[in-house]
Design a protein around this ligand. Structure first.
Ligand code: COA
Length: 686
């Protein structure tokens, strides 16, 4: 059997679809005009004649298709026309026969396709079909298996769905047959691993039933990937207490020095290793791992790449279960590096070592004062685990987080993900009580299917937010001429994230705004908001932002309004957003918070928007907001706007785990995204 991919002929494609009970036109394969005429009696008129030739992929372009044939004479003429046109346009093409098939009556032309994504496996695409498929780009995508419910959701999610449901008095079309076909195509991809690509265009949909009129199926011999079995990650990775650093250096310009300097603050024990021995930064240096009196829990490696295999062997002999290989010069540099990477993976498998990297920045666990990286800054303690494929993004973000007062439960740099990958870290962060939200910066996932399946287990419990680099590929892929390429890889990631419940952030700032919001109270319980502000202008803007981002400004009950009458100034607006009026002091805010605590069944999220005024002390206000938050189970979001004068108040909010946004629209956008995700979770539960 050859390894070359092969396009199935039309009858072969129809036969495969038939196996899955997907309706195709009645058809017959013939080799002469006389037999065609006999076959047409069974197929029925009007019919279509198509050339069969292994060397012609685009039959219509080559003149190999004749439609609207109504009788034997027209059929004979059609076959002669096909023969002469092909002879003219593709003189070398061998004609092996003709397909005579019934001409399907007109209906709504749709598209169903699928392809095997290198990371995520089979991906199913559905949308409007016909010749405008690329132009319309009205498609939706799911990673297989697509359940019948998901298939229905796919049908309903395209822009042209009203044409299916019945639009302006037209008869509704057979939605359930369509969803059933999407589900069957997904099953076909799961059951038949040799099917690499499939396009049905058009799939004609009728009020009763449908017909796959044109099918293009690419077969590629399938070789299952070898399964590698690795030991589980040490669950107590967050609590490592003895760390060796191999490659420790006394030279302040070397990474082995910077990492050791960072490790000095570690609450556990650090063992620098360098054959020269002696002392560095006041620490005794061990000539080798074998000389360390106790077995370290982990080894950080900062020696050149060619020495790494030996260090890994030494670590294996010493029974060390975890390594962090900061060293670069592996797969990312070419074939020699890739071979070296294979070698260390082999050693790790032999000794049962799990390792992060190579080619990574390292890891930081602020609660242990552990900074096993060469990032000069150490992050604050917080509740977000940040797992990143870029070391530079980590250093930038940690720097920014310090001025913003944002903290982390852990920061992991995944490097080449040869052994420990995103999935391992997500599992670890999911099991960690300190971690409330997980943020991922992803360039490439190597085993998308495993990632997708594991992330789906975590997202109902802990929010996972991802930033995926490489969006611009979509443009390139969309420009590709054939429909199979509509599944551009960024779109596949988007689809997989959506299905797995991962929130797809547009940029780092959005990702961390969301992490801050979700890290405070988890998913909001609903979208009913109250807005409390002493700035009338921001009350108006807040209403606009709320509508824009799917947040509902909740009407307030008469009882609540009555209670507020007692302390609000005469003539106050008596509505939500609650305009406290410009002269409001903290006392008025505090009384409003108390009223809202008593009526917390009326709202889900409270936005407190405050601007610098002479009557309002931000520190006092923040303290009252912290009290407000403690006494409600609902989400309290701060927008202490302004600059320096608000800084002390903002710090109090941070310490009380109340998210604060310097720009109100960001607060509403983040809350809108969180509410949308909560809605999806609720739907999944039903
Ligand atoms: N055990 C312990 N220490 C050893 C050793 C061994 N078997 N063999 C050598 N060493 C020592 C060296 O003697 C040296 O110490 P010294 O300064 O006392 O001489 C130290 O380990 C480092 O080795 P050196 O040869 O000086 O390497 P280097 O510091 O110039 O470079 C790396 C090493 C790891 C920093 C470099 O190879 C590298 O990969 N840099 C890029 C890292 C990177 O960017 N990672 C990705 C980030 S996102």
């Amino acid at each position: 059997m050859t390894d070359a991919p092969r396009m199935l002929s039309e009858p072969e494609s129809y036969a495969l679809l038939n196996d899955y009970r997907i309706p195709v036109p009645r058809h017959a394969v013939v080799h002469s005009a006389d037999v065609a005429i006999t076959a047409a009696e069974t197929v029925g008129y009007p019919c279509v004649a198509k050339v069969l030739s292994p060397s012609i992929t685009h039959k219509s372009d080559a003149g190999g298709v004749q439609i609207g044939i109504h009788n034997p004479a027209e059929l004979r003429a059609a076959i002669e026309t096909i023969q002469s046109t092909i002879h003219e346009r593709a003189p070398d093409a061998e004609i092996t026969g003709f397909v005579i098939e019934e001409q399907a009556p007109p209906g709504l032309e749709l598209y169903i396709g699928g392809k095997r994504d290198p990371a995520f496996g089979p991906v199913i695409t559905f949308g409007t079909g016909g010749t405008l498929v690329e132009l319309e780009h009205d498609i939706t995508m799911r990673v297989a298996p697509v359940t019948p419910e998901e298939a229905t959701a796919m049908v309903r999610s395209i822009r042209h769905y009203p044409q299916i449901a019945g639009y302006r008095g037209t008869e509704p079309l057979d939605e359930s047959a369509l969803a059933d076909t999407i589900h069957k195509i997904s099953t076909l991809f799961i059951n038949r691993p040799e099917v690499a690509e499939l396009d049905i265009n058009p799939l004609i949909l009728y009020p009763d039933g449908l017909c796959a009129v044109d099918a293009r199926i690419l077969i590629r011999p399938y070789a299952p990937a070898p399964v590698t079995s690795r030991p589980p990650l040490p669950q107590d990775l967050f609590w490592v207490s003895r760390i060796a650093l191999v490659g420790a250096s006394a030279n302040p310009e070397k990474i082995g020095y910077i990492v050791l300097r960072n490790l000095l603050s570690f609450t556990g024990t650090v063992y620098p290793v360098n054959p020269k021995g002696g002392e560095i930064l006041g620490k005794s240096v061990y000539p080798s791992l074998a000389d360390i009196p106790e077995r370290p829990d982990a080894v950080i490696i900062t020696v050149p790449s060619t020495i790494v295999p030996q260090v890994m062997r030494d670590a294996g002999e010493r029974g060390i279960p975890l390594a962090v290989i900061i060293t670069s010069g592996f797969r990312e540099t070419g074939e020699d590096g890739a071979r070296l990477e294979e070698e260390i993976e082999g050693i790790a498998l032999e000794y049962g070592i799990r390792y992060t990297g190579p080619n990574c920045l390292g890891m930081q666990v602020p609660r242990l004062s552990l900074n096993a990286t060469f990032d000069p800054k150490s992050p604050r303690v917080g509740h977000t685990a940040f797992i990143s494929q870029s070391g530079a993004i980590i250093t930038t973000l940690v720097d920014w987080s310090l001025t913003e007062g944002i903290g982390f439960s852990a920061v992991f740099s995944v490097g080449n993900q040869t052994n420990i990958d995103f999935v391992d870290y997500i599992r670890l962060a999911a099991a960690d009580d300190y971690t409330r939200t997980i943020v991922l910066y992803i360039e490439e996932i190597r085993d998308g299917r495993r990632f997708f399946e594991e992330a789906a287990k975590v997202t109902p419990v802990k929010p996972v937010i991802a930033i995926k680099a490489g969006r611009s590929e979509v443009g390139q892929k969309a420009a590709a001429s054939h429909t199979g390429s509509l599944a551009g890889s960024y779109e596949v990631y988007e689809a997989a994230f959506r299905q797995a419940g991962i929130i797809n952030a547009q940029n780092l700032s959005d990702a961390f705004s969301l992490a801050m919001l979700l890290g405070s109270e988890g998913y909001p319980k609903g979208n009913r908001a109250v807005v409390i502000s002493s700035a009338g202008g921001f009350c108006v803007l807040a209403s606009d932002y709320a509508e824009q981002h799917g947040i509902r400004i909740a009407p307030l009950s008469d009882t609540l309004l009555e209670e507020m009458n007692a302390f609000m100034p005469h003539g106050w607006s008596r509505q939500n957003p609650i305009d406290m009026v410009g002269d409001a002091g903290v006392h008025r805010f505090a009384l409003t918070f108390d009223a809202l605590i008593r009526h917390q069944d009326e709202w889900d999220i409270a936005f407190v928007i405050s601007v610098p005024t002479a009557t309002l002390d931000p520190v006092h206000l923040a303290t009252e907001m912290a009290r407000f938050s403690r006494h409600t189970e609902k989400m309290v979001v701060g927008c202490l706007l302004g600059g320096e004068s608000m800084a002390a108040g903002v710090r109090i909010l941070r310490d009380a785990d109340i998210p604060n946004f310097a720009e109100p629209e960001d607060a509403f956008r983040a809350a809108g995204t969180a509410v949308k995700r909560e809605d999806e979770l609720e739907k999944e539960k039903k």
